[in-house]
Design a protein around this ligand. Structure first.
Ligand SMILES: Cc1ncc(C[n+]2csc(CCOP(=O)(O)OP(=O)(O)O)c2C)c(N)n1
Length: 263
């Protein structure tokens, strides 16, 4: 059982579009905090700007809704000032990897004790569907009307290379695995990163012939493959080269978190 109420029901209805993956992310988070026996009085959420960054506003816990891309900077200050708080950052791929990209890699490097959840819908959802640093090659967006020609970031690979203690990526269809990673992430000391590949039927879907939610979810299935059993042999190299995205738990280690190096 979760200690305390999860949703701030007086804020309903949520602003998210039908078919948005954030609903699933919130439900998995509710379940994960319950499984980890987290006291909602001892949690603080921090977010930037965007649809995903709006999510903590519906959670019955203290939260800081900050500026675009700066959630991790605020969260770092909050954690250092109140080390007993469980600090959870919620962000989107634009917020975290575009304007906030530098804060992201340095938070991983410092390995500060935070859980960051990134709802990666491959696009700037809130502002009209512009290209983001994770948009797959070929996708039509508001700012790539002829198809994206930029190589996307692999955010989980970036987090592992940056030095995070726990890194996992799942799609919203992998609810059990996603919930389990949230539990492991929230319990882990150091920087935990959980990336959730999520549908955005309104902004990405309608421009790429998958406005129906099921089509958008089927596309996510076709885009991803399990990293378990991954051997860097011909087949896997071919998959990666064609833009397919591995899912799974990518690293779990126990480096000293920021501020605890000398303890
Ligand atoms: C300094 C600044 N630049 C730009 C914006 C406009 N803006 C608000 S949200 C957003 C993108 C959000 O995209 P993402 O983080 O992927 O979240 P999503 O809405 O897709 O969940 C942008 C560009 C802003 N609010 N502040």
């Amino acid at each position: 059982m979760i200690k305390g109420q999860f949703y701030r029901r007086d804020m309903f209805p949520m602003i998210f579009c039908p078919g948005c993956g954030i609903f699933t992310v919130l439900e998995c988070l509710k379940e994960a905090l319950s499984q980890a026996s987290i006291d909602m009085e001892k949690v603080a959420f921090v977010s930037g700007i965007g649809c995903s960054s709006r999510a903590p506003g519906y959670i019955m816990a203290d939260s800081l809704h900050t500026t675009h891309g700066r959630a991790l900077a605020f969260a770092t200050g909050l954690k250092l000032a109140s080390p007993d708080l469980k600090v959870i950052v919620m962000s989107g791929d634009g917020d975290l990897a575009a304007i906030g990209g530098n804060h992201f890699i340095h938070s991983c490097r410092r390995n500060i004790d935070l859980l960051t959840i990134c709802v990666n819908n491959f696009v700037y959802g809130m502002t009209g569907g512009q290209l983001s640093p994770t948009t797959p090659v070929g996708c039509v967006t508001a700012t790539s009307p002829y198809g994206n020609e930029e190589h996307p970031f692999d955010l989980s690979a970036l987090a592992c290379a940056g030095g995070a203690n726990f890194v996992a990526r799942w799609t919203v269809r992998q609810r059990k695995e996603l919930t389990d990673s949230m539990v492991r992430g929230v319990k882990k000391k150091g920087f935990s990163f959980v990336e959730v590949l999520s549908p955005c039927p309104t902004q990405l879907g309608r421009r790429n012939d998958m406005v129906e939610v099921k089509k958008n979810l089927d596309w996510l299935d076709s885009l991803t493959f399990s990293k378990d059993g991954f051997e860097f042999k011909d087949r896997e190299i071919e998959l990666l080269a064609s833009g397919r995205i591995p899912t799974g738990v990518f690293c779990e280690r126990d480096k000293a978190p920021y501020g605890e190096m000398s303890k």
